[in-house]
Every structure is written in C-alpha cells, then in structure tokens.
Design a binder for this molecule. Sequence first.
Ligand code: SAH
Length: 262
Amino acid sequence: MNDALATALGLPALEKGWVWLGGGGPGDPGLITVLGLKALGEADVILHDALIDARLLTLARPGAELIYAGKRAGVKSCKQDEISDLLVRLAKEGRRVLRLKGGDPFVFGRGGEEAQALARAGVPFRIVPGITAGIGGLAYAGIPVTHRDTNHAVTFITGHGIDGKLTKLDWQAVSHGAPTLVLYMARKFAAEIVSELLKAGRSPDEPAAIVANATRPGQRTIITTLAGLPAAAEQSESLSIMVIGQNVGLASELNWLAQTTA
Ligand code: SAH
C-alpha cells in the first residue's frame, strides 16, 4: 500500500502486539478493503482461511509468516480454540498479527469468538469489516439484496449450527419475517430448509437462486424456484450462497458480469 494514500486517508498502523481481525471479501481480490490491504503489507504473521485468494497473500510483507488456519465444510483442519490461542500467543510475543477471513469476519465467520478470546486475554485488536458473500456475492450475480420494489427486509441465515445439524430456528417466524432470505452453508440441508419454508406457507413458485463461487473464477448462478432449490443445490458447486425472494427476478436485467465476460 502506498504511504501517501494511507496518510491521505488517515489510516491507522498495525502496531506490534495487536491483532487485526479482517475480512477479505467474497473472493475477487479487488473486493478487500483499503484497511485490509494495508494490514496485509504490515503484518508479521497472517493467519488466513481457505477462502482467501492466493493473489492477496502475495502482497504480504517479505518475510511475513503465512499460516493457514482454515476450515471447510466437514474438514476440521484447525480447531477454533487452537486458532484463538495462537492469535493470543503471537500478539503477546509482540508480533503484528492479521487474521484474515473470507467475507466479513463477523458474519458466520467465528470472528466474534476470536475477538472474545482476544478481549479476555487483554490483547488489543481492531475489526476490519469485509464484504460478505450474502451481499457482495449476490451483487456479482446481478441480485440486489434489497430493492424498493421487492423487499424492505432481508434475513441472513446459516444452514447449520455449531453441532453441524440443521439450524434450530422458528421457521414459521423466519418465513413470515422477511420477503428475502439469504442462506449461507445451506447446501447440505436445502431439502429440509425448503420443506420448513413450504410448511410455513412460502410459495413453491417463489424465485430462488444459488450463486456458486460468487466473485471467483467459475462463478455460476442457477435460477430456480423455492420448490426447485433442493435439486439445484445438488447440482451446484459446494461454495454457494442461496437466496429466496422476488429480488432474484431482477437478475435477468441486472446480470452485469455475464455481459462483461460474454
Ligand atoms: N464470513 C463469510 C462467511 C463464512 S461461512 C462471509 O461473510 O461471506 C462460509 C459460507 O459462506 C459458505 O459455505 C457459503 O455459503 C458462503 N460463501 C462464502 N464465500 C462465498 C462465495 N465466494 N460464493 C458463494 N458462497 C460463499
């Protein structure tokens, strides 16, 4: 990062003994924030997860230590407590630490848990928000997460909880609560979720979409209906976000990425 830019924007420095808990955005490396980019160039140690684009990591300071601390569905390569303990230890050694996660660290990303561990250990930290897949990923498919003609509210849901089972939710309330539902980590339980929503009275014909590998190479959008969502989920790539609601219909007019790459 250019020093003049950092000075002009009054950006803080990543100090020794600090942890910055940052979001890398949904995939396209251009979607990281300026603050995140600055931290990449200043950190002594970068703990990143599987969703961080390798090109971003090439911007690390020469000699910086890169530690893969990721998890993908079903693969527990690192236990959460171990990651939190490592963050605390590295900071207490006086290192400048960047914990870089996909999307936004506080959206279904366990960033809250890591921040709590830092707070309890007395380690100073800063949160660097990122663009979450449920907003930026949909934008790359031409689906505005809200639009005055279609929805004034949106609900973000994770498909499974800490126990790996279908999220325990009042599906009646979810179903009636907002016209648009955005589902993370929902591929495995798509059939159960759709069945709950149909039972709660959502229409089987309601537009729905799956955006796989959003903002990444190989991005693919499957446009379907609520009833068609489970079958579409089976065909979709594993990294996928689902959206249910009338705003999905806007993609036919707003799918700008298809136009730019056609
Ligand atoms: N903190 C992240 C979410 C982590 S949970 C964020 O704010 O985006 C991981 C889930 O996010 C995946 O299972 C998937 O449902 C969704 N996701 C993350 N990146 C994605 C992408 N590029 N394309 C589609 N879905 C994505």
